[in-house]
Design a protein around this ligand. Structure first.
Ligand SMILES: *Cc1c(COP(=O)(O)O)cnc(C)c1O
Length: 373
């Protein structure tokens, strides 16, 4: 086996792109004497809300907490009740679903469209019951999942539309950023995301002042005023050092996403192997390529082949949520579209630090592969 030339993701190389400004931000925050709920976090919240196009952004500990705090806040506001149902795509990352369960709500799975991999409006309609209160869309792989169809279904049935924007920071749909398309949105700044911290971080964006203040209080032990506890809250805060780093990275997000889109364009032009399928191109701006998925019925063989050629790939995700041990209650249920996506998906390396030449060499390696079986 040749040694690995192209790792799936090289965060060190990506980080080097803006290293001096990041180092400066870290030193500034570290030397400030304020480490939580200080100026950097407040400034980031303001800059991020402005970037996304919402009235409010509230920092929190991570993306899972952001999702959970949205649900809990709607419950404290008596808009969602315990045991209500939230519709969620059956092929999402498990965190989306775990957040719903953790809030004491019932996740209801809806299948994605087999071509776009995004939640299907028909599947959402079929999943609606008298207990449904919200639809959680997930901009999976960095591709916008919002459609006028989903919006209309939510309006017609009086459902909240919540976005999981963990994978699509900066994505633009119809002139609006993901994270501003529904009632509230959760963002993760996990290091591998398009907007990644150097540790954990998350945020909630919304135009709703009551939701924003409730999320803020819930993440601060349920307190809006010192030593006065209105809710049974949790501790979930964005720290000052991460906020300072995110302020730098936010300034480069559009540039980084444009680079991802350019690299994705090279894959699209160059990959011609008939044993491999790509998802069709989204309308302009509606995909920021957190992940570049390809699909093959000989996926595992292709992954091995690429590894032997020094190219590391990943699978997002190997096992669908309804087959996970933690959701044994779904064991007998069948979600054939998700199962097929989980069995055929392979994620290619794609991050701003990669060169055009590296992307070309990956595309050529894929084209030179012939399935054995
Ligand atoms: C990463 C991710 C999350 C969770 O974010 P963390 O910050 O790791 O808690 C939630 N949903 C999706 C779709 C994600 O990709």
């Amino acid at each position: 086996m040749k040694s690995m030339r192209i790792p799936y993701l090289d965060l060190k190389r990506n980080g080097n792109l803006h290293a001096s400004e990041i180092n400066e931000a870290v030193l500034r925050a570290a030397g400030s004497g304020y480490y939580l709920l200080g100026k950097e976090t407040a400034a980031f919240e303001e800059e991020y809300a402005q970037y996304i196009g919402t009235r409010f952004a509230v920092g929190c500990g991570n993306g899972l907490d952001a999702l959970y705090l949205i649900m809990r806040a709607y419950m404290e506001l008596r808009i969602i009740r315990p045991d209500d149902e939230v519709i969620v795509p059956s092929n999402t990352y498990i965190a989306t679903i775990l957040a719903i369960s953790r809030a004491g709500l019932t996740p209801v799975l809806a299948e994605p469209d087999p071509v776009t991999c995004q939640i299907s409006p028909d599947a959402v309609t079929k999943a609606i019951t008298p207990r449904t209160r919200a639809v959680m869309i997930v901009h999976l792989y960095g591709r916008c999942a919002w459609t006028p169809g989903i919006r209309d279904i939510c309006r017609e049935h009086g459902l909240l539309l919540i976005e999981d924007n963990a994978q699509a920071h900066g994505c633009v749909c119809d002139g609006h950023r993901t994270g501003s398309l529904g009632n509230a949105a959760a963002h993760s700044f996990y290091p591998t995301k398009n907007l990644g911290a150097l540790g954990d971080g998350g945020a909630v964006t919304t135009d709703d002042p009551a939701l924003a203040s409730t999320v803020r209080a819930l993440g601060n032990y349920g307190s809006a005023r010192k030593y006065v506890f209105r809710y049974k809250g949790v501790n979930s805060r964005l720290d000052e050092i991460q906020a300072a780093i995110l302020r730098v990275k936010l300034r480069y997000l559009d540039e980084d996403n444009a680079r991802r889109q350019r690299l994705a364009g090279i894959y699209r032009n160059e990959i011609t192997n008939p044993s491999v399928a790509l998802s069709p191109e989204a309308p302009e701006g509606e995909n920021v390529y957190h992940i570049f998925p390809i699909f093959s019925s000989h996926r595992d063989e292709l992954q091995q082949y690429l590894l032997q050629n020094g190219i590391q790939t990943m699978i997002h995700y190997p096992l669908p949520p309804h087959r996970q041990e933690c959701y044994a209650e779904w064991r007998g249920q069948s979600y054939p579209v998700s199962e097929r996506l989980h069995a055929t998906e392979l994620s290619l390396p794609l991050y701003p630090a990669l060169s055009d030449t590296e992307i070309l060499s990956i595309a050529r390696a894929i084209n030179s592969w012939h399935p054995l079986s």
